[in-house]
Design a protein around this ligand. Structure first.
Ligand code: PLP
Length: 364
């Protein structure tokens, strides 16, 4: 037994289990378990990444200056208020480290992104889940969950794994209902996919005060999960705090180069978005036709609920998918044991999924 004791909370963390990517003995896998953009990354991003190979002995630009300028120009934001990270996971975790600790509470919905409790426990804070209505977190439930100990509210909008979203009006009401000493983190990892015009990723809410941060990722529509790249748009005071605690070279040169090139490939981004706009409803409708309950999704994935009848349940469906080389993701760890989350893939993959679900649901 080691006589070293980790900080309180750390032993309560069950390590995050990423979406599976392999099935023993199966060569051709259809991986739909991590919401990675269906079309893969822009070829320009891949080329920019490769071009870094002869500079591996050089440290990256620790300030991600060109990348922040490029993101700033893309969204009309002040680059000084953008902080980049090794995935949005890093910036989400840094926010917890900066603003919460033992005795504090971090609030989110009962089916929120499953990293939020880990961020809380990692800094010794208490994760607090509020009940959802129809798999959607509500402003009322979040505000009712606030106590004098609340320090951070994490809101994934749209949320993973449910795909549900809050409107601009609702997020604004949430911000207005929170005390000034509570940080609202709007995690807009799937913002690019949303087509509703009553949606906001949260930029104007960040600009309206000093207690809202928006985070974004290059892992989803830009399909650059392997390089680990995300960013936060913050009030100046929060950007300053994050820059004090982030590791000095947290974003690799290859990630910075790939990110800049990906932003430059506007045509590819549009194609990726259009693909999702076409195939998200196709997937949802076909799954419903198979008799499944599908939660309305605004991301690049759908959560389907399987009947708990002992034959067509989610665990049996996962095994059936695996027998066909298809890997979606069980949502049991997010508190939805009858659910399976399926990422929107390319046409062949989508047809293979529906063939599998049809055959599975036809089983007696
Ligand atoms: C809602 C949400 N936030 C953040 C992340 C983390 O993404 P990354 O660290 O790859 O940027 C994910 C990834 O699944 C997500 O679904």
């Amino acid at each position: 037994m080691s006589s070293l004791t980790p900080r309180p909370g750390i032993l309560d963390i069950a390590p995050y289990v990423p979406g599976a990517s392999k099935i023993q003995g199966v060569e051709r896998i259809i991986k739909l378990s991590s919401n990675e953009g269906a079309l893969g990354p822009s070829p320009k991003a891949v080329a920019a990444y490769s071009d870094m190979a002869d500079r591996l002995h050089r440290y990256p630009d620790g300030g991600s200056v060109e990348l922040r300028a490029t993101i700033g120009a893309q969204h009309g934001l002040d680059p000084d208020r953008i902080v980049c990270g090794a995935g949005s996971d890093e910036v989400l975790a840094l926010l917890a480290r900066a603003y919460a600790g033992p005795g504090d509470e971090i609030l989110f919905g009962e089916h929120a992104f499953t990293m939020y409790p880990l961020f809380a426990l990692g800094v010794g804070a208490t994760p607090v889940k509020v009940p959802e209505t129809n798999y959607t977190v509500t402003v009322d439930a979040l505000l009712a969950g606030v106590t004098e100990r609340t320090r951070i509210v994490y809101l994934a909008n749209p949320n993973n794994p449910t795909g549900t979203m809050l409107t601009k009006e609702e997020v604004t009401a949430l911000r207005d209902g929170l005390r000034d000493d509570i940080l609202l983190v709007i995690d807009a990892a799937y913002a690019e996919y949303v087509t509703r015009n009553d949606y906001t990723a949260g930029i104007e809410l960040v600009d309206a005060g000093e207690n809202v941060v928006m985070t974004r990722t290059f892992s989803k529509i830009y399909a650059l999960g392997a390089v680990r790249l995300g960013w936060a748009y913050c009030p100046a005071v929060i950007a300053d705090i994050l820059n004090r605690i982030r590791p000095p070279f947290n974003v690799t040169s290859a990630a910075q180069a790939a990110g800049i090139a990906a932003i430059g490939d506007v045509e590819f981004l549009t194609r990726s978005r259009d693909h999702n706009t076409a195939w998200l409803p196709w997937l949802a409708e076909r799954l419903e036709e198979c008799g499944l309950d599908v939660i309305p999704s605004f991301g690049n994935f759908v959560l389907a609920r399987f009947p708990e009848d002992g034959v067509h349940d989610a665990a049996s469906a996962m095994a059936f998918f695996a027998s066909r080389g298809i890997i979606p993701r069980s949502t049991a760890s997010a508190g939805i044991p009858d659910g399976i989350r399926i990422t929107v893939g390319i046409e062949d993959e989508m047809r293979a999924v529906i063939d599998a679900v049809t055959a599975f649901m036809d089983q007696k």
